[in-house]
Structure formats: C-alpha cells, structure tokens
Ligand binder design. Sequence first.
Ligand code: TXA
Ligand code: MG
Length: 317
Amino acid sequence: MAQIGTDIGSAKAFLEAGNVVGIPTETVYGLAGNALDTDAVLTIFRVKNRPSFDPLIVHTDSFDKLNRYVSHIPELARKLAETFWPGPFTLLLPKRDLIPDIVTAGLPMVAVRIPNHPLTLDLLRSLDFPLAAPSANPFGYISPTTAQHVVDQLGDQVPYILDGGRAGVGIESTIIGFENNIATVFRLGGMALEQIEQVIGPVAVRTHSTSNPKAPGMLSSHYAPRKPLILLPPGTSPDPGERVGALAFREPFGGIPAPNQRVLSPTGDLNEAAKNLFAHLRALDNLAIDVIYAEPLPNEGLGWAMNDRLRRASVQE
Ligand code: TXA
Ligand code: MG
C-alpha cells in the first residue's frame, strides 16, 4: 500500500530508483515517473492501464531545463509561458531526441508544462530529469484532486504519494499547440481562453472528440464516473426520484433527496466550481443512486472546460 506524506526526499528517492510516485499539481494529481527513462514511462502506462498511443505531459521547473527537452519555442508560446508559468496550461513544442518516443507516442511534439505547486516545484528542482505525468487515475475515470483519490484507486500500485492538499484549480491543464504562428487549443482546461487571448490574441479551438489522439486531443469517453451521467439541457431540471443524484451549479434541485446532491458553488463562482467538480462527481459516483444528472455551467471562464468534461463523461457521447 502506498505511503502518503509530504517528504520530497522520499519522493525523489523512489523516482531516482525508477518508480512512479503520485504528485500534487494545481490542476489534478499526476502519476509521475522519470520522463527520460523508458522503463519508468512504461510503468506509468501499465499502472494507469493507458493505451500506449495516448502521449504524456512532461513536467519541469525552469526555462533552462525546458531548453534541454524542446528544440524551439515559438514567440507566442514564449509569451504565454513567461506570463502564466508556473500555471495550468501545457504547450506542444518540438521535442529533442532526449525525450523517448514512447512519451510522445511517436509524435514529433512533446507536451510540456511548469506546474504551479510548491511541493512539486521543489521536487522538480531537486531532480536532474523531468517528470512524465498523466492524471493519476485509472484510464477513463475521473481525475484525482486529492492524495486520497489517488490512494483509493492506485494505492496498491504506487509506493509513495506526495500529499499537497486539495488541487487549487481542479481541472486538467489547457493544451495549446502552434502552427504557422497560429495558436490552437486542443484541450480546454484550467487556464481560461479569455486569459490566453488577452496575452496572444485570438486562438483557434479544436477539441473535437476523437478515438485517435494523434489528432491530437482527447478520447471522447473520458472523465467518466461508473454511474450513467446525463448532462441536462440548459435551464431544465432532472426528473425527481429517490435514487436520482444531481450535480448542481448554485443550488440543489427540488424533488431529489438532499444527500444525493452536490452543489458546485453557491455563489456562482466558476473557479470554485472547477475546484469542486471532480471531487463532487466522485462522491456522487459512490452513492446508492442509479443515475447522475449534471447541470451545465455558463459558457465563460472555466465553465467551457467544465462543460467539456461533463459532455465527455455523459452517456450521450
Ligand atoms: O493538468 C494536467 O495536464 C495533468 C497534470 C498531472 O499535469 N495531466 C494530465 O495528463 O491531464 P493526461 O495524460 O491525463 O492528459 C494529457 C493529454 C492527453 O489527452 C494527451 O493526448 C495530450 O495531453 N497530449 C500529450 N502529449 C501530446 C502530444 N505530443 N500531442 C498532442 N497531445 C498530447
Ligand atoms: Mg487524464
């Protein structure tokens, strides 16, 4: 069973020995291993039960180190990175040979980010290799936002989990790529489009569902609870029932038992809602209910990313 703690030295020792370790980030917890060690990366894929065609994000702590892993940083990428890193977004940049092909699933671009979490930044500073880290959930399930979530699902396969408290952003990083000086968002996430556009101007968004992430992007049936989730049309309410659960934005629905409901943000704050989203979905998934209804969020700020996750988790797709 995994040890949980805040000891960076222990995490470092396990990683240097080629093991995988649970790490906190501001978005979600990651399942980390030495990105330069093919065996460690294979262990990540095995523990997550993740198909090898789905590439991993490489985490580092400085521009100096980044330059060892990528061969070029376009001007728009540099602007974003200098403004918002450490922060909840990932850049797709041309990889150097040092990054094993298995990390990028054979693609010429590597996904990289500098995460904004003090423990993980300290850990990264202490290491002489970057960390490949997908979200620390079994493939296809909801991402973890606490150390306990990681224990619950991967605890018997991970020797150490670095406990950095609840993830402050709560939703995976926004993924951005560049082609001919045009920025394209491939995954909506913890950095709002509005913020990105303030710095680099209008961006394209290409987040269509695909079963072939080489496209690149995300699988459609993702982030899903075990229970069927139904995304409500805007302005509608779920059918009442004793075995119905609901994920509401500001206030609970009538006709559904209070213990079967979770409210994302009573004040209507989308950042608070994002921070609660995955923990609330997990809690609902563990109740004695037959179905989860989810209310769509307003399409602004992190609402876009949350609606994306709810759509992918829902039974319609
Ligand atoms: O917030 C996050 O990004 C978290 C934390 C731990 O950093 N990580 C995360 O990793 O969400 P993961 O593996 O669950 O999602 C990574 C996504 C995948 O959808 C993958 O297809 C895409 O990034 N990706 C990775 N490398 C890529 C590449 N070279 N080209 C295109 N997409 C890539
Ligand atoms: Mg994931």
